[in-house]
Design a protein around this ligand. Structure first.
Ligand code: ADP
Length: 217
């Protein structure tokens, strides 16, 4: 609350200004107000990431495990990144998740992990590339892989990217796109559900992130 209240106030007062409550707004002022609002949203996102990671790290996050359809979870996450994929003309393929057995997972946290993996795939893949999600069931676990044809990750960074605040190239990750907590959070979430999250990559050719979760039942 100590953090959320001032952030909510920033948004609230900027919206009052935008509405002209305190007098007419010039186009330049409108542009400035919209920048304030974008920065407010960005800061809110970063703070949520930091708080979420701190909670996970302290072991105080509860996991509500249930039988979850991977296909549904992928569809939900994909629909959230579909606009960004379309904007970058990325080709999305999903050949093998439809009939894969259900997993034991916390549905909301699973969606969060998938959203992070798909979001990264979109962020680090150039226009016209491909993002593929594949599923494969083993005797006790199901593996879901998110593969992209993006910039890839140097071999010596493949483990480090799962540590908090590590980004391969800060320039590339532009200032308003995260602080390097997404994968640290995602791995903690995967492990909290009894699973694992790993990465493979060929620099310049693409990356594959593999999420393993226990089979339901
Ligand atoms: P953020 O996306 O906020 O930087 P993440 O923890 O999600 O934080 O990712 C950490 C870093 O790992 C990224 O900054 C990037 O350097 C690298 N990375 C993650 N996913 C990919 C990917 N699909 N392709 C290339 N690099 C990636």
């Amino acid at each position: 609350h100590e953090i959320n209240n001032p952030l909510t106030a920033i948004l609230g007062y900027s919206e009052l200004l935008e509405l002209g409550i305190h007098g007419p707004v010039t186009p330049a002022q409108r542009e400035a107000i919209s920048r304030i609002q974008r920065s407010q949203r960005h800061l809110l996102g970063l703070i949520n990431d930091v708080l979420n990671f701190a909670k996970l790290d302290a072991g105080s996050v509860r996991f509500d495990l249930a039988d979850v359809s991977l296909a549904d979870a992928v569809a939900a996450a994909e629909s959230m990144v579909a606009p960004q994929m379309a904007a970058k003309n990325l080709h999305f393929v999903l050949p093998s998740c439809e009939n894969v057995p259900a997993v034991r997972a916390d549905a909301e946290k699973l969606r969060q992990v998938l959203l992070n993996l798909l979001g990264n795939a979109v962020k680090f893949t150039d226009r016209g590339g491909e993002i593929a999600v594949t599923c494969e069931a083993g005797p006790t676990a199901v593996r879901l892989a998110v593969r992209d044809t993006g910039i890839g990750i140097p071999a010596e960074k493949l483990e480090a990217i799962f540590e908090p605040f590590v980004q391969v190239d800060r320039q590339l990750s532009r200032p308003n796109e995260g602080v390097g907590l997404g994968l640290a959070i995602s791995r903690e979430l995967a492990r909290g559900m009894g699973g694992e999250l790993t990465a493979e990559s060929v620099e310049g050719a693409g990356s594959t992130f593999t999420l393993t979760l226990p089979r339901a039942g």
